[in-house]
Design a protein around this ligand. Structure first.
Ligand SMILES: Cc1cc2nc3c(=O)[nH]c(=O)nc-3n(C[C@H](O)[C@H](O)[C@H](O)COP(=O)(O)OP(=O)(O)OC[C@H]3O[C@@H](n4cnc5c(N)ncnc54)[C@H](O)[C@@H]3O)c2cc1C
Length: 518
């Protein structure tokens, strides 16, 4: 996959703006139906919210509590399809709810049995009631005092930005094109004010170029307003961002394969502590912020809330210095129509909006439902733009790297590469330098950096350490410690000089410090 911007200036059926879950899904749907499709991402794939999720492939237990059965059923179906289409990245995860009220066991067993039933043939397994001893066996560090019982249910877990990268590869394999570091800076319109393409600025060379398309899709998450305002300068705010953060802790805080789920914390939200790549991810919060940012900063109050809530349920109490990494993500909420009116979450169910100019905007939803969101978006675009009605093909479309679930060996850290594992081990065998570790405490090797440059469109150290190898999200200090080594390997692969290495070290170290709690 070589970068050559000139090849993108032809006319496309679909141009999709945004390389997160929504945009990648839409581009894959369109290209697999046979439409000539180009995806443009201003930074790296999944640079936005799509690398900053709780990593759950789930129906959303809390929406069931709110009676939103349709939404839950749709997400549970999608959970099942993703487990088949990207088995190397999704796993069946036990979640345990510890009950500190006598009625909790029966209440949650009933609700979660309904949750299972809604997944039908794609169920991951039955909900079970646990006694106190069984609960403590599953969650050895959970508070035993006042514990009555537990309920264990099944849901899915995945690696979000790895899925994004694999989706980008699948789009190319299906005949489409994807380009990261290509920012849309304007919309092209005809004399009837219809959108006929986009103006793009290459973020590497700063060159600009124009791209024509029958359909332009805006899939820019919390940046939706920017494109809508290019479409109509009087548009104003359509979405406002709400921030959620996660803390990553050592596995000793929850030394178990089961995840902890607290259905109702003191602020009414769900709290998860989920094992992920041999660490534990704890989150999340929900706080309105003024403006969307590409590197949102965690707020002090959010960090305190999560640590405090975790301390209420765990016997090993985490403190600030135990946090290996902290990351923040932004979800779009519908902006109030009038100043001072309250906001309403649009992220629960997705919305496809068709502007008078023909621009199609997809917003809301969640990672779990990205495929259905994409199908709805392309269906609507076909109707609006009177394109040939080709049927959706993604229900059973295998995503790059997919292998049968029983062949996924999670004892090796390489499991996330699925079908590509033999090619990465071949690199390690071909050159002893490629078998070297990036950091003494972690199994990641130089071969993975080489692979990320050659096959996964990584263009800088952040692309590798944040979204190909997840070290920034797992242990930000360790990520800083291997920055120079990663930059040197990349410089060799991408033919960059010593100045580039020095700049990369400086830029990445500054960014990674934002993932550390001082
Ligand atoms: C805290 C939190 C936890 C979550 N946990 C889960 C979970 O466990 N499971 C789940 O299913 N869902 C979860 N979600 C929801 C899920 O992460 C989001 O729904 C999904 O990632 C949104 O994807 P998106 O593509 O719409 O937006 P984004 O991922 O933000 O993608 C938008 C992209 O557009 C690009 N862009 C912006 N402007 C331009 C431009 N001018 N030109 C080109 N590109 C541009 C950005 O760089 C960005 O990459 C969570 C969300 C949050 C906030």
């Amino acid at each position: 996959m070589k970068r050559d911007v000139t090849q993108y200036t032809e006319k496309w059926d679909f141009v999709v703006i945004g390389g997160g879950a929504s945009g990648l899904g839409t581009a894959l749907d369109a290209t697999s139906r046979g439409f000539k499709t180009l995806l443009l991402e201003s930074h790296d794939f999944a640079k936005g919210t799509s690398s900053r999720s709780t990593k759950l492939v789930h129906g959303g237990v809390r929406y069931l509590g709110q009676g939103d059965v349709f939404l839950v059923r749709e997400a549970l179906r999608e959970r099942g399809l993703l487990a088949q289409n990207a088995a190397h990245l999704c796993k069946n995860q036990d979640f345990v709810i510890p009950n500190y009220e006598w009625w909790g066991g029966y209440y949650y067993k009933f609700g979660l049995t309904l949750y299972d039933m809604l997944s039908g043939k794609l169920s991951l397994g039955k909900t079970k009631l646990l006694n106190k001893e069984e609960t403590l066996k599953c969650l050895p560090t959970s508070r035993a005092e006042d514990l009555h019982s537990g309920v264990v249910y099944k849901d899915g877990q995945f690696d979000d930005s790895r899925l994004a990268v694999n989706l980008a590869q699948t789009i190319e394999e299906q005949g489409g094109s994807v380009l990261n570091y290509a920012k849309v800076i304007g919309l092209l319109k005809d004399e009837n004010n219809k959108v006929i393409g986009v103006k793009v600025e290459d973020q590497i060379t700063k060159e600009t170029f124009e791209v024509k398309a029958k359909v332009v899709v805006n899939a820019t998450g919390v940046f939706t307003n920017d494109i809508l305002n290019m479409n109509n300068p009087k548009h104003g705010k359509f979405v406002v961002p709400s921030q959620g953060i996660h803390l990553v802790l050592d596995k000793s805080f929850l030394p178990s394969d089961s995840a902890l789920m607290i259905p109702k914390t003191s602020d009414g939200r769900v709290l998860f502590a989920v094992p992920w790549h041999d660490k534990v991810v704890v989150g999340t919060t929900d706080v309105l912020v003024e403006e969307p940012e590409f590197e949102p900063a965690p707020l002090q109050q959010e960090v305190d809330f999560i640590l405090q809530t975790a301390c209420n349920y765990l016997t090993k109490k985490p403190t600030r210095k135990d946090v290996l990494s902290v990351f923040a993500g932004l979800r779009p909420l519908a902006a109030p129509k009038e100043e001072g009116k309250s906001t309403k979450e649009v992220s629960r169910s997705h919305k496809v909006i068709v502007s008078e100019t023909g621009l199609i905007t997809i917003t809301g939803g969640k990672w779990t439902t990205y495929r259905q969101m994409a199908e709805d978006t392309v269906d609507k675009a076909i109707k609006k733009h009177q394109l040939e009605a080709k049927p959706c093909k993604t229900h059973h479309l295998s995503i790059h790297g997919n292998i049968p679930a029983e062949q996924v060996d999670r004892n090796s850290h390489l499991y996330i590469y699925g079908a590509d594992i033999p090619k990465i081990t071949a690199l390690q065998n071909e050159n002893p330098k490629y078998a070297e570790k990036l950091h003494p405490n972690y199994e990641y090797t130089v071969a993975e950096v080489v692979w990320a440059c050659r096959e996964e469109m990584a263009l800088n150290v952040e692309d590798v350490l944040a979204r190909r190898v997840r070290l920034l999200f797992l242990d930000a200090r360790a990520a800083i410690e291997c920055t120079e080594k990663v930059a040197q390997v990349m410089a060799e692969e991408l033919q960059k000089d010593a100045n580039w290495i020095a700049e990369q070290v400086e830029v990445f170290t500054k960014l990674a410090k934002g993932y550390i709690l001082e």
